[in-house]
Design a binder for this molecule. Structure first.
Ligand SMILES: Cc1ncc(COP(=O)(O)O)c(C=O)c1O
Length: 449
């Protein structure tokens, strides 16, 4: 066995800390590295080095809704590697990247017609923020430099994304590096008004008026854009109240502020529609996407913008670069080939319709956990759900971690952040697999109570 696949060497290397794991309690992993080694995956399951089968309750990191090792996608990857493995994206392009832009634009709400490729959600967000700055400058409103994010929001880890993000542990270590002029809307979660809500809470549209407060404070003439996740994913599935996103849209339009929907999680079917913009019937000025567009197989992200934004950039001398921004791997041909195969499979297998069929099954199953005394709240929408647990006395996060670690021995790869469990199972899951997932979680919560 080569050193690369030798499990013993691998475990020793983890213990040495040579591999510094992202967003991970690294020292905790060292205690039992075997349990953290995924060695293969098929359909909605991962397999660990010791052969344990784990149901993929979050579709990887929200990114693999078609499950793993889909033969059509594997084939597309191989074929593309032999045909055109890389093409420079500056001044040159390739047919499948161009076609993918058209295909993605066709999935977006009418009027969002132009696609700029990046390689991750973080890059997509930073790209969108730069588009917003450039757009206002080109319109001779360069004084609009402020970005408005939202408390509890997650927009990746670039300097732009972290600045508009609103998750405290992701911000506090880097406070000195925040972009200037950023402010945040209040988050929309109020357990006393919307505890255990199924789908969109009826209460809370008024939270959108918080934008009026920020306009009052900073003046609209200084604000470039508002960026929100239509459904806040990473903070534990916070669902927008009925009417909230509509109100936000209205206020942005009133003041000439661009509205960016960060659809890195919600894009490509997670809400049972192409984008959450369609599910909630609100048209933003930009949509960021990543993750599911390539089923997580190869990195890709991007931004979809309106005609108005694109045309604003397409001015000046024809030989000049209109937007001094881009990545060596923007629109990488391997990624775009995979994305075509992913979109083919999504269409052929009617997977967005399947999400709509599975949504009430997940909803019923997950709300069944309410009877457990340590469950504090449950929320769901599309094929997502969040379950908050009461924290153990004096040890926030301990219960979530215990459940995560026990889950690895009980056949579930869970996403626990603090004492919140988030679910985003693959679209290919069967109703029985969803019910079994929740039954498994019930046992784990009971174990950890
Ligand atoms: C809404 C949102 N935006 C941005 C990102 C960052 O994406 P990436 O990790 O690909 O940089 C994420 C990741 O979970 C996300 O959920």
């Amino acid at each position: 066995m080569s050193k690369l696949t030798n499990e013993f060497d691998c475990v020793e290397t983890i213990r040495k800390g040579t591999y510094w794991m992202p967003f991970t309690a690294n020292r905790r992993v060292k205690a039992d590295p075997h349990a953290r080694l995924l060695t293969s995956a098929k359909g909605p399951y991962y397999y660990t080095a010791d052969g344990t089968e784990l149901f993929d309750t979050l579709s990887g990191l929200w990114c693999s809704p078609l499950g793993h090792a889909h033969p059509k996608i594997v084939e597309a990857l191989k074929t593309q590697a032999e045909k055109l493995d890389y093409a420079p994206p500056f001044q040159m392009t390739n047919p499948q990247t161009v076609h993918l832009a058209e295909r993605i634009a066709n999935l977006a709400p009418a009027g969002l017609e132009h696609v700029f490729f990046a390689n991750s959600g973080s890059e997509a967000v930073d790209t969108a923020l730069k588009v917003a700055l450039g757009y206002h400058r080109l319109r001779h409103e360069g004084q609009r430099f402020r970005m408005i994010g939202r408390e509890r929001g997650y927009h990746g880890v670039g300097f732009g994304g972290m600045s508009v993000g609103g998750i405290v542990p992701n911000r506090k270590m880097f406070a000195s590096g925040m972009m200037p002029g950023v402010d945040h809307l209040r988050h929309t979660y109020s357990p006393e008004h919307m505890g255990f809500s199924r789908g969109q809470p009826e209460w809370g549209a008024e939270y959108a008026e918080d934008l009026e407060r920020l306009v009052g404070l900073h003046d609209a003439s200084t604000i470039a854009a508002v960026i929100v996740e239509p459904v806040q994913g990473s903070t534990g599935v916070i669902v927008p109240p009925v009417g909230y996103l509509q109100k936000l849209r209205k206020i942005c339009t009133k003041y000439g502020i661009l509205l960016i929907f960060d659809e890195v999680i919600t894009g490509f079917g997670r809400m049972g529609e192409n984008f959450a913009a369609q599910r909630f019937d609100v048209k933003p000025d930009m949509i960021t996407f990543a993750k599911a567009v390539t089923n997580g197989i190869i990195p890709m992200g991007g931004v979809i913008v309106t005609d108005e934004i694109y045309n604003t950039f397409m001015t000046g001398p024809e030989n000049a670069v209109e937007f001094a921004h881009g990545y060596t791997y923007s629109g990488h041909p391997m990624a775009t080939a995979v994305a075509h195969a992913v979109l083919d499979v999504m269409e052929e297998e009617s997977l967005f319709a399947r999400v709509r069929t599975l949504e009430p099954i997940l909803e019923d199953a997950v709300h069944g956990l309410r009877e457990l005394s340590s469950v504090k709240d449950i929320r769901n929408i599309g094929l997502t759900a969040g379950v908050d647990l009461c924290s153990a006395d004096g040890a926030p996060g301990a219960r979530g971690l215990a459940i995560f670690e026990k889950g690895l021995r009980e056949g579930l790869l869970l996403r626990c952040t603090g004492d919140t469990i988030s679910f985003g199972p693959p679209f290919i899951s069967t109703p029985d697999q969803l019910r079994e997932m929740i039954d498994g979680v019930r046992r784990l919560i009971q174990f950890a109570s």
